[in-house]
Design a protein around this ligand. Structure first.
Ligand code: HH2
Length: 272
């Protein structure tokens, strides 16, 4: 899909797949596998060939306790990957918490800004507005993945997530960002039970009226629920969560395993 086709598809009804390209040494499920430029680009191209509608390029792991990455190092990792995949005509998303990285990646051809810190930083909102690209506003209770798991005491997690997304989405739109996708942020400052509540009550997020993105792929709560320790072996549990979310109205699914999701969605479309 080209960037224009992706934007048009967002306004439609189809479920879209976002393939994950982690250009990191330490991501929780595939750290180090696509750290070299050629490996990262080849992986992105493979995900597109398997049916990804967009590829999400990130240069910093956000797993709990991951070491923060300086913006210049993050840029060194992601910029050539974004440039090469965009030059191939693909829709590319930049997954970053840093405005400097967002700005450079959008200038290099990324067509979506995915910010796990929920566009708290005004410079992020300015970058998206200046480049005229949609954003993913994700919920995380604090602006720091290193300590997010120490901030899981909500009165009602779903209400807190919905209120945050409503406010941050409105702020982004008021400051000129053309459109918003919202994301409950599975695993970001949430207990296993809170992730489950968000899946069960995803309707409340969908009712905000924005397209909803979900990203449960291989995450720890799936490991806890299934007893599967190795993240790369959690595809079955991942599919179960993602299909439950699609049934409740999620429009974009962020995944490591594109081919399996394509197959599941194709069959799901016939039986749901
Ligand atoms: N999850 C991760 C990273 N970025 N972006 C959005 N919008 N939603 C998510 O749920 C999400 C995200 C974490 O997964 P991954 O990139 O595989 O791991 P790591 O952060 O360790 O690189």
């Amino acid at each position: 899909m080209t960037p224009d086709q992706f934007r048009a598809a967002l306004a439609g009804d189809d479920t879209l797949l976002m393939g994950v390209v982690n250009v990191t040494p330490d991501s929780f499920s595939d750290g180090g596998r696509y750290y070299e430029l050629a490996d990262a680009v080849a992986h992105g191209m493979r995900l597109l060939a398997e049916g990804a509608d967009i590829v999400d390029v990130g240069g910093e792991s956000t797993r709990p306790g991951a070491a923060p990455v300086a913006a210049d190092e993050e840029l060194r990792r992601v910029l050539p990957v974004v440039r090469d995949l965009a030059a191939a005509g693909a829709a590319v998303s930049i997954d970053t918490r840093h405005a400097e990285v967002a700005e450079a990646a959008l200038a290099a051809g990324a067509c979506l800004l995915n910010d796990v810190s929920g566009l708290r930083d005004a410079a992020m909102r300015r970058a998206a507005a200046a480049h005229g690209v949609p954003v993913v506003v994700m919920h995380m209770p604090v602006d720091d993945p290193a300590v997010m798991q120490q901030h899981t005491s909500y009165v009602d997690v779903v209400d807190a997530v919905v209120a945050f997304l409503r406010e941050q989405a409105a702020l982004a739109l008021a400051e000129g960002v053309p459109s918003v996708i919202v994301d409950p942020g599975f695993g970001f400052g949430k207990t296993v039970e809170q992730n489950l509540q968000l899946v069960r009550r995803l309707h409340d997020v969908v009712n905000l009226g924005y397209p909803v993105l979900v990203g449960a792929s291989r995450k720890r709560f799936i490991g806890v629920l299934s007893g599967v320790t190795a993240p790369e072996e959690r595809l079955g549990g991942t599919l179960a969560v993602h299909l439950a979310c699609v049934q409740r109205g999620a429009r974009v699914v962020r995944v490591h395993d594109v081919a399996a999701h394509r197959q599941a969605l194709a069959v799901w479309g016939h039986v749901s």
